[in-house]
Unconditional design. Structure first.
Length: 443
């Protein structure tokens, strides 16, 4: 018995070293079965069947371990088959021929062999993992749960333009070019102004274009549907266009609704520079949706878009009737910087902080840069408190030091925009940017 146990242990080690060696594993299972270790033998045979589902020897050994006869062998030499003990039933050669040659269905009893597959499945359920854990997608990807149908439209928010600190020039231009006609239905009717429109917000990153878009939706009392390139593009041909259509169909059902197209340069880039036909088709679909099926299709749908690279946006998107109005969103002015700093410092321990002085010291920084200044100052005070063991407040020294260390993230954008404003300002598209650069002596 000890010699047999040593052999089994050696085989276990060999199987562990070569887990996909089916003959070796079946040899171990046969020794275990002869040694009376029936459950261990069933486990090894089940794993072997997982690697080789059609292995006849494995199926025959599983039948022996389960106490049932093996299925009939499809061979012309029945004398080489392993004999079945008399108490287990008649030999395979005495059974009816054709039904035994079919693969039994799990959970049913084979009519020819009497093998209970449901019982066998129950015994090896905890040993053999399921082959598939989820149903496969359809060939066209329509079962993908991440499509446009899964989106939720935000209800009309409470954010208003009054919540945007400073930036009075931006608010005035928004009011004159976009909001005033929408707020006065009688004047709109008198002058034949449709309750639809498109506005493109552009400027350096981190300056609050998304927040302004939400504030516009709040001013209009409209639902808000934010869209990015990841929400639209799909690996399946035709699905990107379908997603774009579903976006606008959802907005029309939820009207009044603001559709916010974030990073428009990625979603509606110039088709002349696009090599992939799928991306060109997506831009074509966007143009179709902006035009609407008929004159009233997009009534109550307001399209706002934001981009850092307006010169990369397809020119057809900026044609009259689509995104025909543009608004430059620049780094926050002094009142806006003060409001942003107050917001980011309100829940932190501060003392003797002069927000007016700090706002002057942070000129040229974007809203994201200002948030980083507050974060860095808080980190400095925290490390000092950890070193000394005494909690101290955040002071002006911390904030001014952090502001001095931060390089404005807008500089790289202005370097690129300067060339566009000077040499590619067709039709005066970037006159407001050119005026700002002259005012700030950045030309």
């Amino acid at each position: 018995m000890s010699e047999e146990s040593a052999l089994v242990r050696s085989l276990r080690g060999a199987v562990a070293a070569a887990p996909e060696d089916v003959p070796l594993r079946l040899h171990l299972a046969e020794l275990l079965l002869e040694a009376g270790q029936r459950d261990a033998a069933i486990t090894e045979v089940a794993i072997a069947l997982q690697h080789a589902p059609g292995d006849e020897k494995a199926r025959e050994l599983m039948g022996r371990a389960m106490g049932t006869p093996a299925p009939a062998q499809q061979t012309s030499a029945p004398a080489q088959q392993t004999p079945v003990p008399a108490q287990q039933g008649p030999a395979p050669a005495q059974q009816a021929p054709s039904p035994a040659r079919q693969s039994p269905t799990p959970g049913r009893q084979s009519p020819a062999t009497g093998f209970d597959w449901q019982a066998a499945e129950g015994q090896v359920r905890d040993v053999v993992p399921p082959r598939f854990v989820e149903s496969p997608l359809r060939a066209d990807g329509n079962d993908d749960p991440g499509g446009a149908d899964a989106w939720e439209v935000d209800a009309p928010g409470t954010v208003r333009l009054a919540d945007v600190g400073g930036m009075q020039d931006v608010k005035d231009r928004l009011e004159a070019a976009f909001l005033a006609p929408m707020r006065n239905p009688e004047l709109r009717k008198l002058y034949g102004k449709s309750l639809r429109g498109g506005l493109l917000l552009y400027g350096p990153p981190g300056c609050g274009k998304t927040f302004i878009a939400r504030a516009v939706a709040g001013e209009l009392g409209a639902a808000f549907l934010s869209v990015s390139v990841n929400d639209v593009l799909d690996m399946w041909i035709g699905n990107s266009e379908r997603n774009m259509h579903e976006i606008f169909a959802t907005a029309r059902r939820q009207a009044p609704c603001v559709v916010f197209l974030d990073e428009l340069d990625a979603l509606g880039g110039k088709r002349s520079r696009t090599q992939h036909s799928g991306m060109r088709n997506t831009v074509n679909q966007l143009l179709t949706e902006l035009d609407g099926i008929d004159a009233q299709a997009n009534e109550g749908v307001f399209v706002l878009a934001a981009t850092n690279l307006p010169w990369d946006v397809d020119l057809a998107l900026r044609r009259p009737g689509r995104l025909d109005r543009t608004l430059l969103v620049l780094p926050p002015d002094a009142p806006a910087r003060e409001a942003i700093l107050r917001y980011h410092l309100k829940d932190r321990p501060i003392e003797n902080v002069d927000l007016g002085k700090l706002a002057k010291a942070t000129e040229g920084l974007s809203g994201a840069d200002l948030a980083h200044v507050c974060e860095s100052a808080a980190e400095t005070a925290l490390l000092d408190s950890a070193r000394t063991g005494t909690v101290r407040m955040i002071g002006m020294k911390d904030l001014l030091g952090a502001a001095k260390a931060v390089v404005p993230s807008t500089e790289a954008w202005f370097s690129s925009a300067r060339n566009v404003a000077m040499f590619a300002n067709e039709g005066g598209t970037y006159d407001d940017l050119l005026a700002y650069l002259k005012k700030r002596r950045k030309l």
